[in-house]
Write a protein that binds this ligand. Sequence first.
Ligand code: ADP
Ligand code: MG
Length: 234
Amino acid sequence: MTLVLNDIILTYPDGDRRLTALDQVSLTVGAGEFIAVVGPSGSGKSSLLAVAATLLTPDSGQVVIAGEEAAALNDRQRTALRRDKVGIVFQQSNLLASLTAVEQLQAVAHLRGEKPKTALARAEALLASVGLTDGKQHRRPHELSGGERQRVNIARALFADPAVLLVDEPTSALDHERGEQIVGLLAAVTREHGTATVMVTHDKAQLLAADRVLEMGDGRLWETAAAARVRQTS
Ligand code: ADP
Ligand code: MG
């Protein structure tokens, strides 16, 4: 399994008490599998992704990414694991305002010590594969639509060829049709790149493309009845 979360507990300080954001959460995702996690605002979805990305260390439980247990690594090794194995698409588009789409990806390459020329060709190919062609790859974020900016985000997250792809509410700023296209794109890139993909959303409308749908509420994660039924009958 490419991503394993085992019995995760995560708490935040809350006055003189602690708020339990993740309550014994377990999840395993294989290569090429597209998981959707749906739940209301405040249920712990972003916290789940932050732990899976090793951006937050849980109070207890294991996070294993491509066979490496995060807790066994020092900070430097964990940063390298995140950079090399984890692609993240955040809820807010965090593209750099002054860079074109191609340059957003080249900036990632630069951080990884890749040669600018090979990086350019790969960046253009990846942007084309998510539908950014005809000069759009040379536009800055404000010259792109919300859906196009999300495509740049996805391409950038894929640039390092990650084993795990984590996506936070990718359609919240988009209309229904554009949202559906982005979810379809995530399903396609999951197959094509073989990533273990977890997408969290509060929008139940766009879950058909997922291989499995899990629900989250009050820090707990469970399989939906529909998902369990499918498994029993197959
Ligand atoms: P979701 O993404 O489903 O909206 P979050 O993971 O953001 O849920 O939040 C889960 C719970 O943890 C909420 O009650 C939220 O208020 C709380 N929370 C999130 N981040 C922090 C933080 N940095 N410090 C304290 N509490 C937090
Ligand atoms: Mg959130």
